[in-house]
Design a protein around this ligand. Structure first.
Ligand code: ADP
Length: 484
């Protein structure tokens, strides 16, 4: 789909081209008509002029024809012929069917053209508007007009017919064509460029607004608003509406977060009390086996719920931005060795070999408690999702100014289709099974990612189903000078 800018410009160009076409047709027609009227006027004027010349020369009183014994019979006499030479173009003086005089322009025509023009002049009805005669030899058309009647004189002059060349009509048509095909495209191009620029300028504010809205993508940036310049126009109103909507979203997000944080907080105390009570009941003397089993189960569930509530509280606080990291220069290698020892103990219980391969010396600015939680999350996952007899490998390296902690396992792996979701809250590959066998709520990786991001880093995963997974945490390292 083309952009709005292209569509506006395209529609404008089409509308303009259509209008210009209609305009050109109308102008062309009008120009042609005007040129024709002009020619008729010229021919009529010439005929009138000839009539007036004849009258003033005394055509009504004097005998104006002389008998000529050649083909035509009668002719206008010499004196009148001399006067009529002042009239330009084609001119005929007729006496019902007889040509008494024809101008020099007529005389110069070829035989056939001369005959055609003469016949047309003779046949031109009196007071008719005009008629056109084609002159083949000159490739021209002559417009004949006139038909003025002169009161019958002694010589019997009846009518004067004048004709003009229609070449100027062609010139008029050429002018219109030049206008359409030379000036038209230039106007069209300039207009398209102007429309493109104007549309771009108008849509720039929409583009800015899209970028602003894009910047407000997650729940944490909902406090931001779209900057508005002009509130009067449609775009200003759209911005206002969006801002109002973001405001409402911010309100509901805040109350949701507050609810999760408050609920987790409220649940913490009763759970702790419950746990203590169960432990006390278990240690009390004279318990039957069934009671002990029931209490043990209750204790397990309570521990699980306490962990869940703790995770929820962590995330809720992180969302609210109420969670302060206690960062300090931290030797990551020591922390990883420590995590490695814990992992070994966990691995032994699960029948998995845990090894710490390469551990380079690298320091970061970080929160020791949170980073330990992050590393342990990944390690426990690796052990949890690896079958007995498998291997888990920890390593720590320094690369391009970053510290990279990697946990590699030979476990069940994650399908490519599931990979994009593993950091989502409450997301587990196998929801049904993980509740009983591999108890986990699906919050561990969400918390891990938050910790990595809070340290300016990120977690990357590569995994193949049935072959195992590799989780890597990359965090900016402290520079060597700060290190020493
Ligand atoms: P959980 O508490 O269920 O482990 P996490 O957020 O830690 O929740 O992990 C989310 C899901 O990602 C897990 O349910 C599991 O399916 C998958 N996953 C995490 N780590 C691994 C791993 N090392 N190997 C295979 N699957 C894993």
């Amino acid at each position: 789909m083309a952009s709005i800018r292209t569509r506006i410009t395209g529609s404008y160009a089409l509308a303009l081209a259509g209008t210009m076409f209609v305009f050109s047709v109308v102008v062309g027609y009008e120009r042609n008509q005007a040129a024709r009227n002009d020619l008729i006027a010229r021919a009529t004027t010439a005929a009138e002029l000839a009539t007036r010349i004849l009258r003033q020369a005394g055509v009504e009183s004097e005998r104006i024809t002389i008998f000529n014994d050649t083909l035509t019979g009668r002719q206008l006499n010499e004196r009148f012929r001399g006067y009529l030479e002042a009239v330009p173009d084609y001119l005929f003086v007729l006496d019902s069917g007889t040509v008494l005089y024809s101008s020099a322009a007529v005389q110069r025509l070829s035989r056939k053209d001369l005959d055609d023009l003469t016949t047309a002049a003779i046949e031109l009805p009196p007071r008719s508007v005009a008629t056109y005669v084609t002159l083949d030899s000159l490739k021209d058309q002559v417009l004949l007009a006139g038909g003025f009647e002169v009161p019958r004189a002694a010589g019997g002059v009846r009518r004067v017919v004048a004709g003009v060349s229609t070449r100027s009509l062609g010139i008029a048509q050429t002018q219109v064509l030049v206008l359409v095909f030379l000036v038209g495209p230039v106007i069209l191009l300039i207009s398209i460029a102007t429309a493109w620029t104007l549309a771009g300028r108008m849509l720039a504010s929409v583009e800015r607004m899209v970028n602003d809205v894009e910047a407000i993508t997650d729940g944490r940036s909902l406090h931001k608003r779209i900057p508005l310049e002009d509130l009067g126009d449609e775009i200003g109103r759209l911005g206002e509406t969006l801002n109002a909507m973001i405001g409402r979203l911010e309100g509901s997000f805040a109350s949701l977060r507050r609810f999760t944080a408050d609920a987790s907080h409220e649940l913490k105390t009763p759970l702790t009390v419950l746990r203590a009570d169960i432990e006390r009941a278990m240690t009390a003397p004279q318990r039957s086996t069934e009671q002990l089993v029931a209490l043990e189960e209750a204790l397990q569930e309570t521990t699980r719920m306490a962990g869940l509530v703790d995770s929820l509280l962590t995330l809720a606080r992180a969302d609210e931005g109420r969670f302060d990291l206690h960062t300090e220069p931290l030797a990551l290698d020591a922390l990883v060795r420590d995590v490695g020892e814990t992992a070994q103990i966990l691995g032994e219980e699960a029948g998995i070999t845990v090894t710490s391969t390469v551990i380079e010396r690298v320091s970061v600015l970080g929160d020791a408690v949170r980073l330990r939680q992050l590393f342990l999350n990944l390690v426990t996952n690796a052990i949890k999702y690896t079958a007995r007899g498998g291997r888990v490998e920890l390593s720590l390296g320094a690369k391009d100014g970053t510290a990279v902690f990697t946990v590699k396992d030979t476990g069940v792996g994650i399908a490519g289709a599931d990979l994009p979701f593993i950091f989502d809250r409450f997301w587990r590959v196998d929801r049904a099974r993980s509740r009983s066998e591999r108890a986990g709520a699906g919050l561990g990786l969400a918390i891990s990612q938050w910790i990595a991001q809070a340290h300016g880093g990120f977690i990357s995963v590569s995994s193949r189903l049935g072959r195992g997974s590799t989780f890597s945490v990359t965090i900016p390292a402290m520079s060597a000078s700060a290190n020493s």
